[in-house]
Design a protein around this ligand. Structure first.
Ligand code: NAD
Ligand code: UGA
Length: 461
């Protein structure tokens, strides 16, 4: 029996649910989409008439929300009503690393997923297609099936896995023009119903269908491979610094080999973001749970290398500043984990700053999109020192020139384009001498800065 999808509900209005449903709503005006979340503040922000106040910043998103909101895109906290009315339900809730109990620090915490499944099971009175949009450990669909199929009612549920591959900062482009859409499932008609939605704007040959387990595992594998490339080039960046090779030249030279490819070879202060670390830890945990120690150790090394890269960046600042940063003002430009997002989850900046604060440095942060309070919350979450001490040592400026005034050093931790356009001569005039720049993104021009009198260090040079 073919399914007709008139109403979609998406549980979880975050970085994935928000942009994904906005694009589906824009592309499929005949489908009514309700995005629900238990976070009332987040839903209020999605409903804010002032589009600058949407809860997430993503280039191009506000235009799409403006077009679809109130037409066929709705944001609500009434989860049960949206579930009840929907033909298809996307689960797009967070799946963080567990911070308690068995698998603490490694496994994915599936409590939010299970809550959704139980809520769907309790509320549904008509057949539903349930789509896993969140990133999940392989075989999670088996647990969902077990919850949904044991309700005692006559309602039928079909489970699909449809992992999301968007990257923050380019989410809208990634959604409008995806490399591929992946749909795993068992029921042909249910798969076809989701294929038909994407086929509204995605070429059919880019829509892949697989079994459930391949789809779930492909998502973890894709993130592991991407992160592995970053750790690989970062490992070489350290060797470059010792040997006189330049990591950008090496990356270009190897990337022109079409078998290697040029993307994801940008050496940096370390990858951040909510997913790479979480998903690899999860992969490692799954491998260990099947007693595949070599597989687990292999992937764990990607994380260890990333931790090393953040640590050695901070160590280099301390060493270069004559082995002490105590009481020295250090400006941090960029707090988000990459440019064009206000997301700071697992940002390398948090760890570099924390390390410098342990050495009693006086930290001044500037980021064009991250609010001041978020910086403090991120630092306090690490629990490295009493909160009052963090707030005494760290401050956040709304003006980059203020952040850099009287600083001994500047650390560039996010590759925001605006940093390239600053009046660096003015910044130099107002800094202490010698004036150090530690460029964790290789964003700025060495020759120009050295001419202005800066002492310039960049990753991999
Ligand atoms: P997020 O934290 O931004 O959003 C999740 C939302 O779900 C939150 O607003 C939370 O309040 C809500 N929620 C949780 N449980 C709920 C419940 N029972 N009922 C209603 N609302 C509930 O997370 P995110 O970044 O959007 O990630 C979601 C999933 O997508 C994760 O599994 C992640 O790994 C995956 N993913 C994320 C990205 C990304 O770029 N952020 C990309 C691809 C995949
Ligand atoms: C990543 C993947 O790229 C997405 O395909 C995936 O859907 C998503 O994770 C997810 O599952 O959450 P995202 O984390 O948003 O997307 O951003 P990336 O562009 O992948 O960057 C991740 C981190 O790696 C950033 O800190 C970035 O600065 C860093 N990076 C990336 C490098 O240091 N060098 C590079 O060459 C590329």
């Amino acid at each position: 029996m073919a399914f007709t999808i008139k109403k979609i509900c998406c549980i979880g209005a975050g970085y994935v649910g928000g942009p994904t449903m906005s694009v589906i709503a824009q592309q499929c005006p005949d489908i009514q989409i309700t995005l629900v979340d238990m976070n009332t503040e987040r839903i209020a922000a999605w409903n804010n008439p002032d589009l600058d106040q949407l809860p997430i910043y993503e280039p191009g998103l506000s235009d799409i929300v403006a077009e679809a909101r109130g037409r066929n895109l709705f944001f609500s906290t009434d989860v049960e009503k949206a579930i009840e009315e929907a033909d298809m339900i996307f689960i797009s809730v967070n799946t963080p690393t567990k911070n308690y109990g068995k698998g603490k620090g490694m496994a994915a915490d599936l409590k939010y997923i299970e809550l959704c499944a139980r809520q769907i099971a309790d509320v549904a009175t008509s057949d539903k297609i349930v789509v896993e949009k969140s990133t999940l450990p392989v075989r999670t669909a088996a647990a969902l099936k077990s919850i949904l199929h044991n309700t005692g009612s006559s309602v039928n549920f079909h489970i699909l896995s449809n992992p999301e591959f968007l990257a923050e900062g380019t989410a809208i482009q990634d959604l409008l023009n995806p490399d591929r859409v992946l749909i795993g499932g068992e029921n042909k008609e249910a798969i076809q119903a989701l294929v038909d939605i994407y086929a509204g704007w995605v070429d059919k040959d880019r829509i892949l269908t697989t079994n459930l387990w391949s789809s779930e595992l492909s998502k973890l594998t894709a993130n592991a491979f991407l992160a592995q490339r970053v750790s690989s080039i970062n490992s070489i960046s350290e060797l470059c610094e010792k040997t006189g090779a330049d990591v950008q030249e090496v990356a270009k030279a190897i990337g022109m080999d079409t078998r290697i490819g040029s993307k994801f070879l940008k050496a940096s202060v370390g990858f951040g973001g909510s997913c790479f670390q979480k998903d690899i830890l999860n992969l490692v945990y799954i491998a260990r749970s099947y007693n595949l120690q070599e597989v687990a150790d292999y992937w764990e090394q990607v994380i260890l290398m990333n931790n090393h890269q953040k640590q050695r960046f901070a160590d280099n600042i301390i060493q270069t500043l004559f082995n002490t940063v105590n009481g020295k003002k250090i400006a941090i430009l960029g707090w988000a984990f990459k440019k064009d997002t206000n997301d700071t989850r697992e940002s390398a900046a948090i760890y570099v700053a924390d390390h410098l604060l342990n050495e009693q440095a006086d930290i001044h942060v500037y980021d064009p999109k991250v609010p001041a309070e978020k910086v403090f919350v991120d630092l306090e979450y690490l629990n490295s020192r009493p909160d009052a001490e963090t707030r005494r040592l760290a401050s956040v400026s709304e003006d980059p020139y203020e952040a850099c005034k009287d600083a001994h050093a500047i650390a560039i931790l996010t590759e925001w384009d605006e940093f390239k356009t600053y009046d660096w001569a003015r910044i130099k005039r107002n800094m202490k001498s010698p004036s150090f720049i530690f460029d964790g993104r290789k964003l700025l021009d060495r020759a120009q800065l050295e001419e202005l009198g800066f002492v310039y260090y960049a990753i991999g040079e």
